[in-house]
Design a protein around this ligand. Structure first.
Ligand SMILES: Nc1ncnc2c1ncn2[C@@H]1O[C@H](COP(=O)(O)OP(=O)(O)OP(=O)(O)O)[C@@H](O)[C@H]1O
Ligand SMILES: [Mg+2]
Length: 271
């Protein structure tokens, strides 16, 4: 495991109007590792991802990438750093084939015509590099694929661009057991290929099956980021539902917890 994060955020604040959604958030993602980002509905997971991918500007905080301070003000900035996001709705076009989807908006050209052979070869190599063998033809419309195959194409699309950090927002939410296993294997393989992977999931089995670290958001605060091997299922559930578990997470104020300061949001507490 690498000790230096590829992406590190500190002190991230984000409000929508009067509503503060992220509060002094610290977060790190490491090359070669899967970091699971967990939290209840509305905790701020997708908002954090949209800050990382340049869709939402942050109100405060620092971004470091590859050890350098960076600013990410647009999806273009994020893509230039090698950050790709696979959103839950996948954003694939049903009426296009696999190659067309993978290159949508970033088509290769040869003169004024599309360079179909190159795109097809790159798509094939990317899928082969991820050991994807379930797709029969690259020229089949995405509408004819299963949910798991669609997710595979969306992930392959994200790694096509020499990406270094791939963020997956609930990639298995709509999948059955066998397809979930396939997608989790693929998620693991991305990390084994050296990428930093961030996986948002509500499914604790998935989280424990595939992650190296777990980051827990509770009401917009990052209450813990720990190695998966150092935490139990039930501790993670407590962090998600109560913001603390034993000595992890929000400090115990002895009251109902309002106004509690997070105990573990400093970078030093990222274990
Ligand atoms: N564009 C927006 N404008 C105003 N409020 C927003 C916006 N986006 C998100 N929010 C609010 O921010 C909070 C966090 O939402 P977010 O989507 O980040 O949660 P989440 O952790 O991804 O939840 P889920 O698990 O349900 O996907 C919610 O209270 C939501 O209503
Ligand atoms: Mg979300």
């Amino acid at each position: 495991m690498s000790a230096t994060p590829l992406l590190e955020l500190r002190g991230i604040d984000k409000s929508f109007g009067p509503v503060q959604v992220l509060r002094d958030v610290a977060f790190a993602a490491y090359p070669g590792e899967v970091t699971a980002l967990v939290g209840d509905n509305g905790a701020g997971k997708s908002t954090l991802v949209k800050c990382i991918s340049g869709i939402h500007p942050t109100d405060a905080g620092e971004f470091h990438f590859d050890g350098r301070p960076v600013s990410i003000n647009s999806p273009r900035d994020a893509a230039a750093l090698g950050i790709e996001v696979v959103y839950q709705d996948l954003a694939l076009c049903d009426n296009l084939d696999i190659v067309q989807n993978m290159f949508l908006g970033r088509e290769k050209r040869s003169g004024i015509v599309l360079d179909e052979p190159t795109m097809e070869q790159m798509a094939a190599e990317t899928l082969a590099g991820l050991s994807v063998r379930t797709v029969k033809s690259l020229r089949q419309h995405v509408s004819s694929l299963s949910g798991g195959q669609r997710q595979t194409v969306a992930i392959a699309k994200a790694v096509l661009w020499n990406s270094k950090l791939v963020i997956l927002d609930e990639p298995t939410a709509a999948l059955g057991v066998a397809q979930t296993a396939q997608v989790l294997e693929l998620v693991r393989r991305l990390a084994d290929n050296g990428l930093a992977v961030v996986l948002i999931s509500h499914n604790m089995n998935d989280v424990f099956a595939v992650s190296d670290r777990i980051a827990a958001l509770y009401l917009g605060q990052m209450v813990a980021q720990v190695k998966t091997s150092d935490i139990t299922h039930s501790q993670v559930v407590e962090l998600i539902t109560a913001g603390r578990s034993g000595n992890l997470g929000l400090a115990d104020t002895g009251s109902n917890g309002t106004g509690a300061a997070p105990a573990d949001t400093t970078p030093g507490a990222v274990r």
